[in-house]
Structure formats: C-alpha cells, structure tokens
Design a protein around this ligand. Sequence first.
Ligand code: NAD
Length: 247
Amino acid sequence: MLKNKVAVITGGTRGIGYAIAELFLKNGAKVAVLGSRKETVDAALSKLCQQFDSADMMGMYPDLTDYAAVEAAFADVKAQFGRIDILVNNAGISAREPIEAYDPEAFKKIMDLNVTAVFNGCKAVVPAMKEIGGGSIINTSSMVAKFGQQSGVGYPASKFAVNGMTQSLARELGKYNIRVNAVAPGVTRTDMVAALPEEMVARVAACIPMGRVGEPEEVANAFLFLASDMASYISGAVLAVDGATVN
Ligand code: NAD
C-alpha cells in the first residue's frame, strides 16, 4: 500500500509509533524513525532490521520542540531517501496531575511536545510535500479530545489542540494535495498505559463497549489507511480507534 513512499514517524521507537513503523515497512515504505534518544532509536532500528532491509530505514533524535532541529532532520531524510510523502506526528507524553498539584512547567512541557512539535513537523514538511505534488500528514490525537479527562488537564488540552491543527491545516493545505488527518486512539496497550495506575486503566476499560483495550497494531492500521492512496479524498478527519469508547 505504500510502495515507493517515504514516511517520517516521530515517537517511532516504541508503542504505537513502533507499530506504525513496522506496518509501513511491511507495506513497502522507506521509514525514518524519530525518537528522543540515540539508544532507543538504535534499539528500534536493530529490531526492525531483523524483519526488513536496513537500507529502507533511518533513525534520528532531533529535539522536536526546536523548529530548526526538525527542519534539519527532514533535510537529512530528503538527502537519504529523496522525498517525504508521509509525516506521522506521533511523539507524545501524558499527564494525570490534578490542577492544584499541576506544575506550570509540566504544563508547558506537555504543550511543547504534544502541540508545538506537531506544528514544527507540519510546517517543516510542507515544502517537501509541495515539491512532489502532495502528501499525507497524520497526527496522533486521543479519545480524550472527545470528552476531556478527570485529571491531568494538559493532556486533553494538547490533544484538542492537535485536532484543531489537523482540521485547520487540512483546509489550508488541501490546495496542495496535502491531506491532514488525525487518529484518536482509545486506551492502547503501550508503555504510556503501563505507567498509569491499574485502577485508572480498569475504570476506563470498563467504559469500552468492546470490553478491552486496543493493541498498538490495531491503531497502526488506521495510520496505514490514512497514509495510503486509499484515503486520497479524506482530509480533516479525526478517526477514532477506541472500540466505541463513550466516556
Ligand atoms: P509510548 O510512551 O509508548 O511512546 C511514546 C513515543 O514518543 C516514544 O517513541 C518516545 O520516544 C516518544 N517521545 C516521548 N517523549 C519524546 C520527546 N521529548 N521527543 C521525542 N520523542 C519523544 O506512548 P504511546 O502510547 O505509543 O503513545 C504514542 C502517541 O499515542 C502519543 O501521542 C499518545 O498521546 C497517543 N495516545 C496513546 C494512547 C494510549 O493509550 N497508549 C491513547 C491515546 C493516544
């Protein structure tokens, strides 16, 4: 489904991002995996190398919150693979502090990665996509952008912002054949969920009509669809992959 396409995936070293990298490679794409540290990027690439050709992958760890660093990383991807067709803005952190205990610095940090880094990625990739006549940007949102969450207000605030950016940039970039969509996972079995208190996961899982949390591979399938030409007229969508979670 992605033969001859080049994809950049932020937060591609584990969890949902790693599952996306794996699935994109399986579907013929060349993939640049971006993570926060050299060690985790190297570990992800050596795992992917066991299944796929190492010539089809590269790894980087730019500071995603620094626009110049993101621009330089994308230039490296173009230098190595010649083009960028797909950008997955997936790196993200969560929060659960109640408002009175919420450190304003922590609020700034979550906005920097979950919102500013998405802006940086979108801005930096536009020239590369215009050059090849279009592209697909997919942002990782969350089910919390449907109804908020009970504590850790920075996280839902950041994901509502991701949805706003997705819908606005879809309108702005449609004329360049650049599609901008988001995938909004429900509770998905990754390290992010493993870090949550068990009772919080159980409380959320109890509200899932399908009666279970999602697997990273199930979420990755939605990214594959939106990245592919099968979604050629889909832009501005926020696709929920949450087992019909209601609240
Ligand atoms: P994870 O913690 O397993 O992986 C997060 C990824 O982001 C890692 O690859 C990590 O290297 C990267 N990352 C973290 N901080 C970074 C930084 N400062 N700079 C660059 N990269 C950084 O999490 P996950 O569950 O796979 O989450 C991926 C995305 O999915 C996030 O945007 C998250 O908000 C979203 N999401 C997750 C769930 C869930 O239940 N797991 C639900 C809804 C949305």
